[in-house]
Design a protein around this ligand. Structure first.
Ligand code: GUN
Length: 297
């Protein structure tokens, strides 16, 4: 029986972090800037707290300066905007990330648009979104860029390949589709209203699933030999009473009997996101200081 190659996101992410660490060291040795990353968390959502601490830990590991800002859940929009403005002006800070989701009294879009585009390591500012679409230098959202690096390592040139992106979020689906288009793939964006989703999927050489529905993509939706990138992280009840486990948006065991290569959950796309965030912080730092930036993989 076919058994897909399992793409080791932990290993690739470790490689990215090692390259980032080397770049940071080179910058420092040359007497240049130390890249600085500021992460802002509003409220005490436990998953976000874990995630933010992890970002800071990884930033310090690669030699960057890390600035953590933990604000209470009842923070006003104006207070958050004031903090972002302070970080925009802080020369030690090259990357600013405001963790989403934000509490409902805060207009998230307004906050994202207040981040200086040159420090927007999430790539969510309309300036960077526009640059991604029209061409030109842009900071690109971390998760889709991580997916793209995995795909290019696996497949090399993506030109002319049929790709389908399941999901149309601003964080993953839409930027993912633009990145694939930039690589000259033929791109379909599928979503909750798409007709014959299995049929659309079966035509694709590349499937990127980012819908947040546990194991929605079945084995018989996959074209034999296709490359499957699973962005989903869904917690579901485990066989054992009271326990939970993480699954992706793809039914992994089924899909692995058909696909050419597939990312697991956990250990696939997940670790890439923070690695790319560090990459983006180095890119932001280099561009802010008019220094050359070389791709990390
Ligand atoms: N929440 C979930 N994913 C992300 C992300 O990539 N960036 C930010 N800022 N918040 C998130």
């Amino acid at each position: 029986m076919n058994q897909a190659k399992i793409i080791d996101g932990n290993a690739v992410a470790a490689e990215v972090r090692a390259t980032v660490a080397a770049r940071v060291a080179t910058l420092k040795e040359a007497g240049g800037p130390t890249p600085g990353l500021a992460v802002v968390l509003v409220g005490a959502d436990p998953a976000s707290q874990v995630y933010v601490r992890n970002k800071n830990k990884r930033a310090v590991e690669v030699g960057m300066n890390s600035f953590e800002h933990f604000l209470p859940a009842e923070t006003t929009e104006q207070d958050l905007l004031t903090l972002v403005e302070r970080l925009n002006l802080d020369h030690r800070v090259h990357g600013i990330l405001v963790q989403l989701p934000l509490p409902k009294q805060i207009d998230a879009q307004k906050v994202l648009e207040s981040i200086h585009p040159a420090k927007d390591v999430d790539g969510f500012h309309p300036f960077n979104v526009g640059r991604l679409v029209t061409g030109g230098a842009a900071l690109v959202p971390c998760t889709p860029l991580g997916c793209l690096l995995l795909l290019k390592r696996e497949l090399g040139n993506l030109s002319g390949k049929r790709a389908i992106v399941l999901g149309r979020s601003n964080i993953v689906g839409k930027p993912m589709a633009q990145l694939l288009l930039r690589e000259s793939a033929t791109v379909t964006i599928a979503h909750s209203r798409t007709q014959d989703l299995p049929g659309e999927c079966r035509r694709a050489d590349i499937v990127v699933a980012a819908v947040g529905r546990p194991e929605m993509v079945r084995g018989d939706w996959i074209k034999p030999g296709a490359t499957v990138i699973d962005v989903g992280i869904n917690r579901v009840p485990a066989a054992e009473e009271g326990k939970t486990r993480l699954v992706g948006d793809v039914a992994f065991a089924e899909a692995a009997t058909v696909a050419g290569a597939i990312t697991p959950v956990p250990g696939g796309v997940g670790p890439m996101t923070i690695a790319i965030l560090l990459r983006n912080a180095v890119e932001a730092c280099c561009r802010l200081h008019d220094l050359p930036f070389e791709e990390v993989l």
